[in-house]
Design a binder for this molecule. Structure first.
Ligand SMILES: *Cc1c(COP(=O)(O)O)cnc(C)c1O
Length: 378
């Protein structure tokens, strides 16, 4: 196992798992195309490596949150279409056009900025854009009425090509609330129909995130925008097991310090963890600055040592955690400690952390910090 810095701690990303997950999505959603969402540095996995693996496995689009993320992919030599999921601020429109990113638009200001940037680029090419409709998530997007007008304006512009029309689903991961999802899709259909009446039929219509792609075949349209499933996690417990997904990321390190401590000794800041018996305590070099939430030790967080689950012993510190390996444990400096992932027959998943912490796997994965080197396998 490779380690890439002076500190024996790394996030291992299995690109074979990424390819397998994308393959499963391609199979499930065909003829819809798969867009791999690689925003936030590929949910913490490394955007460039994940993008390449996803494209190899049959994804044909990528999506990012902001223009800078798209530029980084272009600089790495990636040539596939890249959708920017939010409307670029006018000051970023020129860069988006120059880098051949596909902007999402939902204000007249955004349409004008894209048009101006495309006209200035002046290579005669119409710049493809996607208009986003807010059908009920109420984060960003044009109202249905405004979306029709914006789409018409983009369609009419000699500098732009209205390539896409899309929306985003708020509760596709909750089967108990499918009525709301169906209402969003009905609203989206009305906008499409309104545009069709004006002779405008965008080539790439899309609505589904991973949950929509898995649970709502009607939401697949021409393209599914999948993030969490690409990384090997179901969007929610209710949708677990619907696809053969394999988590791609594990968070590993090596014990840097090991000793036995007596029963009654208390550990770490606040001295909140007391040994109930004489025990082998290992120190592992990852902490909350690396994305191991400080609260994890207070909610029963466990790590793997020698293929066994062991509790975090005391408060997670900025750079290190302590692990109670038990009274008879044979643990040495240099032994592998797994915070997320498999070791022997045991596994700690991002879903396990998320459940303990009252969050979702997404936040756990995005939280793995930039100080942790990513090591690619598969
Ligand atoms: C992040 C995001 C996605 C991907 O969502 P997953 O649940 O990770 O599949 C899709 N569409 C939009 C607009 C997003 O912001």
């Amino acid at each position: 196992m490779a380690e890439a810095s002076s500190r024996p701690a790394w996030a291992e990303v299995d690109l074979g798992a990424v390819r397998g997950n994308v393959d499963a999505l391609v199979d499930l959603c065909a003829p819809a195309a798969v867009c791999a969402v690689v925003k936030a540095d590929g949910y913490g996995h490394g955007a460039v490596a994940v993008a390449r693996a996803a494209l190899e496995a049959g994804a044909t689009w990528l999506a990012v949150a902001v223009v800078e993320e798209g530029v980084a992919l272009r600089r790495a030599g990636i040539t596939s279409p890249i959708l920017v999921l939010a409307e670029p601020p006018p000051a970023a429109a020129a860069e988006a056009v120059a880098q051949q990113l596909t902007p999402t638009l939902y204000t007249s200001r955004g349409v004008e900025a894209a048009q101006a940037a495309a006209a200035v680029a002046g290579d005669g090419r119409r710049v493809p854009v996607h208009v986003k409709v807010d059908t009920g998530m109420h984060r960003v997007g044009a109202s249905p009425a405004d979306a029709v007008a914006l789409a018409e304006a983009a369609h009419a512009s000699p500098a732009l090509e209205l390539e896409g029309l899309w929306t985003h689903l708020a509760v596709a991961d909750e089967p108990g609330r499918d009525d709301y999802t169906l209402g969003q899709l009905a609203c989206f259909e009305q906008v499409r129909a309104e545009l069709a009446r004006r002779g405008i039929r965008p080539a790439v219509v899309h609505a589904a995130n991973s949950a929509g792609a898995i649970a709502h075949p009607a939401a697949r349209y021409d393209l599914v925008r999948c993030g969490i499933a690409v990384y090997g996690y179901a969007p929610s417990a209710e949708l677990a097991g619907r696809l053969p997904l394999r988590p791609a990321l594990s968070l590993r390190c090596r014990a840097t310090f090991v000793r036995e401590l007596d029963a009654g000794e208390r550990l770490s800041y606040g001295l909140r963890y007391e040994l109930s018996r004489r025990s082998v305590v290992a120190t592992a070099p990852l902490g909350y600055a690396d994305g191991v939430p400080r609260r994890l030790s207070a909610v029963g967080g466990e790590v793997l040592v020698g293929g066994r689950r062991c509790p975090l012993a005391g408060t997670v510190t900025m750079d290190q955690v302590m692990v109670d390996c038990g009274s008879e444990a044979e643990v040495a400096v240099g032994d592998e400690v797994v915070l997320l992932g498999r070791q022997g027959g045991e596994c700690v998943s991002a879903d396990e952390w998320a459940e303990r912490l009252g969050t979702i796997s997404y936040e756990v994965l995005c939280g793995i910090g930039p100080r942790v080197p990513r090591v690619y396998t598969g």
